[in-house]
Design a binder for this molecule. Structure first.
Ligand SMILES: *Cc1c(COP(=O)(O)O)cnc(C)c1O
Length: 410
C-alpha cells in the first residue's frame, strides 16, 4: 500500500498496459512466450467470483475501493460480479469509473479533497456522496458543490475507530475524527444532507472481526450523542485475504459480526455500506518474474518494491510463490528464498521468505500471487524498470496456501 513513499493513483491510470487475448493458464503463457519482462497476470473470473461472494454475503451495499486496483479489466470483472458502487479518492478515479460505467454510483470517500475535484465530481460526474472528517472539509464541500439536502447531497462523517483493531495496516493516524468532533460534524452536516452517514476504516487486512463490532458501537455512540438521524453506517474496508501462514476467518464471520453490531444500534431506517478493496481484488492478480541471478538464498529478479511488489518490501508482507520452469525437472525439495528487485536501490529487497524448489536458477520464472490488490497499481518508473505486460488468464488463482501443496525441505 505504498508506505515507503506516497504514490499517486493517477500515473498508473495513464500508463497504458498492453493487454492480450486471454490465455488458458500462466504455465501456457510462460511456455509460449518465455517473457523477459514482468507479466502482470489477471484472472477476471476470480475477481468476478470474489465480487459475487462479497455482494451476496454482505448485509448491505458494497462499494469497491478503486485505489487498490483501478485496472479497467478489474473494474469490468467486478461489475460482472455485481458491484455497482465505487469508492473513489481522486478526480482521476471518478472519471475512470464514470467512463466505464455511466450508471455506476460513485462515492467520493477521501476525507481531504481538492476543490476542483469536488466541483468536477458534483457538476460533471454525478457524484452525490462526499466523506469528511473536519469542519473545514464540510465548508469546502458545501462551497464547491453549492448544494444541500434539496439537491440530494450525501455527507458521510468519518470517525477514527477505537485503537488496537487488529489490522496489519493502521490507517487511523491520518484520517478520522475523534468522538466529540464526529458528534459536532454530524450535527453540522445534518441540515445540508439529504443522506447523512457515518464511516470508519478499521485498517487494512484486519484479522479481528470484533474490530468492526467495536467501531460500529463507537459510531452508534456518536449518533446517539449527536441526537440526529443517520441514513448510512459505512464500515469501510479492511476485509482480509490469506497469505502464507496467515489464514483469516472466513468473510462470513465478519459479516455476521457486522450485522449483529449494526442491528444492536437500533437504526431500522439506516443502510449498511462496506468499502472492500483487498478482499475483492487480491486473488485475481499475480506477477510473473524471471530470475536473473542466484547468490545463495538470494534471487535477483526483474520486478521489485518499485514495481508490483511494494508490500513485500518494508511492509513485510509474505506472498505465495511458485516456480515456473517450462522444461520441468525442478527439485521436489523446497526452501525459503529472499528476492532482490531490479533497481540499484538496496531497499529493493523482499525478504519473504518465498518457498520455492531448492534448485531455482537463472532463467527460471516465479509467479507471485495474491497481488491483485496494492500490486500493479503501485508501480513506478524508477531506474527504467517500468515495463510490464498485462495478460489475462483463465486458470485458478494462486492463493496464500499454495506452498503447502508441495513437499517441504527437511
Ligand atoms: C483503502 C481504502 C479502502 C479499502 O481498504 P481494503 O483494506 O483494501 O479493503 C476502503 N475505504 C477507504 C476510505 C480506503 O482508503
Amino acid at each position: 500500500m505504498g508506505l515507503i513513499r506516497s504514490r499517486s493513483a493517477v500515473a498508473p491510470l495513464r500508463r497504458s498496459l498492453r493487454s492480450e487475448a486471454r490465455l488458458p493458464s500462466v504455465e501456457a503463457l510462460v511456455a509460449a512466450e518465455r517473457p523477459a519482462e514482468p507479466v502482470l497476470c489477471l484472472r477476471p473470473a476470480v475477481i468476478a467470483e470474489a465480487a459475487r461472494d462479497f455482494v451476496g454475503g454482505f448485509p448491505g451495499t458494497v462499494l469497491y475501493a478503486v485505489k487498490c486496483n483501478p485496472e479497467p479489466a478489474v473494474l469490468r470483472a467486478l461489475w460482472e460480479g455485481g458491484v455497482r458502487h465505487f469508492d473513489c479518492a481522486s478526480a482521476a478515479e471518478v472519471a475512470l469509473v464514470r467512463s466505464l460505467f455511466p450508471e455506476a454510483a460513485i462515492h467520493f470517500m477521501h476525507p481531504v479533497k481538492s476543490r476542483p475535484a469536488i466541483r468536477e465530481a458534483w457538476e460533471h460526474q454525478g457524484v452525490r456522496d462526499f466523506v469528511l472528517d473536519d469542519a473545514s472539509e464540510l465548508a469546502k464541500i458545501l462551497a464547491e458543490t453549492g448544494a444541500g439536502a434539496a439537491d440530494g447531497l450525501g455527507l458521510v462523517v468519518r470517525i477514527a475507530p477505537p485503537p488496537g483493531g487488529g489490522a496489519l495496516y493502521d490507517l487511523s493516524g491520518k484520517f478520522g475524527a475523534g468522538l466529540e468532533e464526529a458528534v459536532a460534524l454530524l450535527r453540522a452536516a445534518r441540515p445540508h444532507a439529504a443522506r447523512l452517514g457515518i464511516s470508519f476504516h478499521v485498517g487494512s487486512q484486519c484479522m479481528d472481526p470484533l474490530a468492526y463490532r467495536r467501531a460500529i458501537a463507537l459510531a452508534g455512540q456518536a449518533i446517539r450523542m449527536a441526537g440526529v438521524a443517520v441514513e448510512v453506517v459505512d464500515v469501510g474496508g479492511g476485509f482480509p485475504v490469506a497469505y502464507p501462514e496467515i489464514e483469516p476467518l472466513p468473510l462470513g464471520a465478519y459479516f455476521a459480526e457486522i450485522e449483529a453490531a449494526f442491528e444492536a444500534l437500533g437504526l431500522p431506517q439506516a443502510e449498511l455500506w462496506a468499502e472492500p478493496g483487498r478482499a475483492l481484488a487480491a486473488a485475481g492478480g499475480s506477477v510473473v518474474v524471471q530470475v536473473q541471478m542466484r547468490r545463495g538464498g538470494m534471487l535477483y529478479v526483474n520486478d521489485g518494491v518499485y514495481g508490483s511488489l511494494s508490500d513485500a518490501g518494508a511492509p513485510g508482507f509474505r506472498f505465495p510463490a511458485r516456480l515456473l520452469r517450462p522444461e520441468g525437472g525442478a527439485s521436489p525439495v523446497r526452501r525459503g528464498f529472499s528476492l532482490f528487485g531490479p533497481t540499484c536501490d538496496s531497499a529493493d529487497i523482499m525478504r519473504g521468505p518465498f518457498e520455492l524448489p531448492e534448485d531455482v536458477r537463472e532463467g527460471d520464472w516465479i509467479e507471485i500471487g495474491q497481488l491483485g490488490a496494492y500490486g500493479a497499481c503501485l508501480r513506478t518508473g524508477f531506474n527504467g524498470f517500468d515495463r510490464a505486460r498485462l495478460a489475462e488468464v483463465a486458470d485458478r488463482a494462486m492463493l496464500g496456501d499454495v506452498a503447502e501443496e508441495l513437499p517441504q525441505a527437511a
